[in-house]
Every structure is written in structure tokens, then in C-alpha cells.
Design a protein around this ligand. Structure first.
Ligand code: VG1
Ligand code: CO
Length: 559
């Protein structure tokens, strides 16, 4: 029998979860009691239901995951949790956690990831709490966790509980007069079983292997040394009959092999080269925790996430899951280009625009009003779970391709010809000085809300834009009526073009400014985004004085 120890501690400042969990440098988490404090705060925020509960625990395999899993086991035992479901080796992708919470109806889960942020001892770690619907905790819960962390005085721990999370199995303990159990589960099985229900695997297999009518459709799936490696191997190689040269970087590494596990054209540049040189028909990459995806076609034809969402929305009948459930509404985050809005209109579906962050989609899904949604930041997903889901998106694309029998590029071009095209780009200025970025946002907001701004004209080259709306985006959840304020400065012009400025809520040091540009063309659909958007970008840089405030003459990353 083990006993609970109560350990005195002092609060740390700044344990405030951002867009998606608490993210800091590993060294911050390594400070004495820093991690313990935050775990105890999560459990305290759930104190009414923690006694006798079950929680799911897993992470993306980055540096510190295993150590923190072991702390969560000991602290959960100290707080009366009855059972933990832990991924083998501490590995669970973010969408897999969401699924497992829902499948086994647990109180929630703790996800150990800093997602697309780099890993390793000098980089980032993160902890996120997901609720019983499988989704990231909403603002009221994360605010509560933060409040508790700011005043914490003690945590409860059972120091002598240890179990080998490298082996699947059940470990039973007696903690004072209670039973406590840790079940180490196969990290991929539940998720893979679910994907087989959602998609028509035999049909995708035929696509990949070819048939008498069609040559094999060659894919290159890149896990970027993140958590999706074991899922990709099981799904693509074991289930869909792909070969070793159809997958790459499929072993999760603690530092992602030095890669920045963010699937975009900059950080996944070597996938782009490999797809071009290898003559592949489709390339897909996922981020560290497996919730983001990038899709490219032959010759690395790039599908923007905003377009990906619109194309999937238009073709959901090729996914068996939606044949069963029907398709309810669609949604996107505010900065995401409005391509999907046109599909929603054509199909007569409800369409929602929510703040940045997947947590804002959950209520709409739970209410049965939302089937498919996405973010411009390479997030796509559906109501099959309550997180975005990278592998799901790749399988959805393969289902559409198998169904319509066309290439990625042809699908896109046809889509644009039918609906017109939203050109989109995002400029990121990473790790700038926090204060001057805050000044920039303040000054911009002051200008935008001054009398006469709406109605004023900005000229760049041959183009001129008249301001139709300027605000700091706020959102009232249609289901629970909760309000999220200050979600991004938005300038909308009379022709529908938009400029959006936000400060990132996932960075671990300094400030990251994101500038989003979206403009619609009904007929001129085959241009290059950077050329088409150049005048608007020029206007955005002038309105904000961004170069002056950030001290940068170009962005860190363009997507
Ligand atoms: C970014 C993206 C946002 C996404 C979030 C989490 O947030 O913009 O769309 O939901 O990351 O993605 P921010 O606040 O830095 O702009 V993940 O894959 O890092 O969990
Ligand atoms: Co992620």
C-alpha cells in the first residue's frame, strides 16, 4: 500500500494556457515544482469530478514527455483519480487522445505537446487539458486552471508509484484505502480502428495499388519525426499496402531530428523536393502532435488549408462516415480564407466563423450543427473527434481522389472555376519584442477605430481599396453564449478583401505577429498568390507600420 504525500509549493507566474495549452521552453518546465503545480491545478479545476475518474494521458514523443507522464501518474494517484489510460511509451497523437476520451467516456485527458513548436532540451514543451467531449478545454476552464496556478500552495503525490509505460498492460495499486490503476494501451489501435469505420479502406487501397483501369496513385506521407509515425506505418503500410518509399520520417524523435515539425512549404521543404523529384501524385505532412496537415499534389502543387477545407466540404459524399451521419454545418476560424463559405452557400448549409483555436468548434459540434471545419494554419477536421486531425485529412483527400478519379491539381482548378478563388497568404514575424508588438496593435486599433477610417481609400499600384469594416473580432458562442473578445484586428474592404492582424497565442518566447491576407477573384483563378496579393500586402504593411514596430524587413515564414 502506498500513501499520499502533501508537498508545499509556491506559485509560478504565467501558467496561462494560450491558444492551445501551456507552452514554454523545456527549461521552464524543469524548474522545481513548475510541472507539478500545473498538473495539480488541472486536477483542482476538475475537483468536483476527479475522485474516482478516468483520464487519458499521452503526448507527441518530444523531450520530457515520459518524465511528465510519470509525474501525472503519481499526482493523479494522490488526488483520487481511479484510472489512467496511458499511451505506450507515452505516445498518443492529439486526435487519438480526443478519440480515446470519447470512446471510453473518460473525464478528459492530458496531452503533452507543444504541437508544431520545435522540441528537444533547448526547445518547447507543453501541457494541455481536454474535456469529456474530447476537445481542448474552453476559455472558462483554462482561466480557472490559471487562477488556481497563481495561488497554489500544495500538491498531492504518491511518490513510490511507478510503472513501466513501455509495455502494454494493466498496473494495479492500492493508495491508502483506494484502488488506482494504470492501463498502458496500444497507442494506435483505437484510432486506426476508428479510421477504418470512417473511411472505405479497400477503396483507398485500390487507389494506392492501382487497378486494371488505373495506375497506382503514388503517395509520400511525411511524419516529420513526430507522433504520427506509428499511425502512418500501421495505416499506410499494414492496412493500405503502401511501401517503405511511400512514407518518410516515421519514427518519433525527442527533438524531431532537429526539424521544425510544422507542415508548411518552409519547414517541410524537403517533402516538397522529394515529391517533385520522386514523381509522387500526392504528398502529405503532419505536425509534431498529428493534428495539422499539409497536402500537395504532383510537382508539389500546393493546396492552401483554406482551399483544402472548401474542396472537402464540396466532396464529403465520398467519405462513408458522412453518408451515415449526414452533413450539418461548416465552420472556419476568422482568419481562414472564405472559400468554404461559398460551398456552404451553394449546399445550403449553416456556416460559422469562430476565433482562432480548435476549442471554439467544440460546442457547435456537440450541438450537432457542425460537421467539417478548418483553420488556415493547416488544421482540418470533422465531428468524428474534437481536435483537428492530420491523418484524417490525408485519408479524406485520398477518398475524394478515389471517388472523383482526378488529380489534386485538377480537383482544385475545377473547384476554382466553379466557385471562384480566394487568394490567401499569411506572414509570420516570429519572436519579436513583445512590447513594441503590443504598441503596434494598440496604435493600429486606435487608427482603425478613429472616425473616418471606415470609408477611407487605400491605393497600391493600380488597385484601390475602400474600407467597409474595421474591428477587433469578437465572438459569441451560439450554444452557450460565452463571449471571446479581442480575437484579431480585422479590416474588410468593399470588394471583400481582408487584412487581419493577430498576436500568436502559441509561441514560447517574445511575440509572434501574424498578418493574414485574403482576397477573392471570381474568374482570374490561375494566378500566383504572392503576385495577386502584393497590393494588399503593401497596404497592410503601410497601415500597421509593421516593419518599424517589429524591426524586420521581411517575415520569418510565409504560408
Ligand atoms: C496557432 C494557429 C491556430 C491553431 C493553434 C494551435 O495559434 O494560428 O490556428 O489552432 O496554433 O495549433 P496562434 O495563437 O499561434 O496563432 V497546434 O497544431 O500548435 O495545436
Ligand atoms: Co498540432
Amino acid at each position: 500500500m502506498s500513501s499520499v504525500q502533501t508537498v508545499s509549493t509556491n506559485p509560478y507566474e504565467g501558467q496561462k494556457p494560450g491558444t492551445s495549452g501551456l507552452r514554454k521552453k523545456v527549461k521552464v518546465f524543469l524548474q522545481e515544482n513548475y510541472t507539478e503545480n500545473f498538473i495539480q491545478s488541472i486536477l483542482d479545476a476538475n475537483k468536483e469530478s476527479i475522485e474516482g475518474s478516468t483520464l487519458v494521458v499521452g503526448g507527441d514523443g518530444r523531450y520530457l514527455v515520459k518524465e511528465v507522464v510519470s509525474k501525472i501518474i503519481k499526482i493523479s494517484a494522490g488526488n483520487g483519480v481511479a484510472k489512467l489510460l496511458v499511451g505506450q511509451n507515452g505516445i498518443l497523437s492529439t486526435p487519438a487522445v480526443s478519440h480515446i476520451i470519447r470512446k471510453y467516456k473518460t473525464l478528459g485527458g492530458i496531452v503533452l505537446t507543444a504541437s508544431h513548436n520545435p522540441g528537444g532540451i533547448n526547445n518547447d514543451f507543453g501541457i494541455k487539458f481536454n474535456c469529456s467531449n474530447g476537445g481542448p478545454a474552453p476559455d472558462n476552464t483554462t482561466n480557472e486552471i490559471y487562477k488556481i496556478s497563481a495561488a497554489i500552495k500544495q500538491y498531492k503525490i504518491v511518490p513510490d508509484i511507478a510503472c513501466d509505460i513501455d509495455k502494454v498492460g494493466v498496473y494495479k495499486f492500492k493508495v491508502e484505502d483506494r484502488d488506482f490503476e494504470v492501463e498502458v494501451i496500444d497507442s494506435v489501435k483505437d484510432y486506426v480502428d476508428y479510421m477504418k469505420e470512417i473511411f472505405d479502406f479497400p477503396k483507398i487501397k485500390t487507389l494506392l495499388q492501382g487497378s486494371e483501369q488505373r495506375k497506382p496513385f503514388r503517395v509520400l506521407i511525411d511524419s516529420m519525426n513526430g507522433v504520427t509515425g506509428p499511425y502512418v506505418k500501421r495505416i499506410f503500410i499494414d492496412e493500405l499496402g503502401a511501401f517503405d518509399d511511400n512514407v518518410r520520417r516515421v519514427t518519433p524523435l525527442e527533438d524531431f531530428g532537429g526539424a521544425h515539425p510544422d507542415p508548411n512549404l518552409t519547414y517541410a521543404a524537403d517533402l516538397v523536393t522529394a515529391v517533385k523529384n520522386g514523381g509522387y501524385d500526392l504528398g502529405a505532412a503532419f505536425d509534431g502532435d498529428g493534428d495539422r496537415n499539409m497536402i500537395i499534389g504532383r510537382d508539389a502543387f500546393f493546396v492552401t488549408p483554406s482551399d483544402s477545407l472548401a474542396v472537402l466540404a464540396h466532396n464529403l459524399e465520398h467519405v462513408p462516415y458522412f453518408q451515415r451521419t449526414g452533413v450539418h454545418g461548416f465552420a472556419r476560424s476568422m482568419p481562414t480564407a472564405a472559400a468554404v463559405d461559398r460551398v456552404a452557400e451553394a449546399l445550403g448549409k449553416e456556416m460559422f466563423q469562430v476565433p482562432t483555436g480548435w476549442k471554439y468548434f467544440g460546442n457547435l459540434m456537440d450541438a450537432g450543427r457542425l460537421s467539417l471545419c478548418g483553420e488556415e494554419s493547416f488544421g482540418t477536421g470533422s465531428d468524428h473527434v474534437r481536435e483537428k486531425d492530420g491523418l484524417w485529412a490525408a485519408l479524406a483527400w485520398l477518398s475524394v481522389i478515389a471517388g472523383v478519379g482526378k488529380s489534386v491539381e485538377d480537383i482544385l482548378i475545377e473547384h476554382w472555376k466553379k466557385f471562384g478563388r480566394n487568394y490567401f497568404t499569411r506572414y509570420d514575424y516570429e519572436e519579436c519584442a513583445s512590447e513594441s508588438c503590443a504598441d503596434m496593435m494598440r496604435e493600429l486599433e486606435r487608427r482603425m477605430t478613429a472616425p473616418g477610417f471606415v470609408g477611407s481609400t487605400f491605393v497600391s499600384g493600380e488597385k484601390s481599396y475602400v474600407v467597409a469594416l474595421a474591428d477587433d473580432f469578437s465572438y459569441m458562442d451560439p450554444v452557450d453564449r460565452s463571449v471571446a473578445m479581442k480575437q484579431g484586428l480585422r479590416i474588410v474592404f468593399e470588394d471583400g478583401s481582408r487584412i487581419v492582424f493577430r498576436l500568436s497565442g502559441t509561441g514560447s518566447s517574445g511575440a509572434t505577429v501574424r498578418l493574414y491576407i485574403d482576397s477573392y477573384e471570381a474568374t482570374s483563378v490561375l494566378g500566383s498568390a504572392q503576385e495577386m496579393l502584393a497590393p494588399l500586402i503593401d497596404v497592410a504593411l503601410r497601415i500597421s507600420d509593421l516593419n518599424k514596430y517589429t524591426g524586420r524587413d521581411k517575415p520569418t515564414v510565409i504560408t
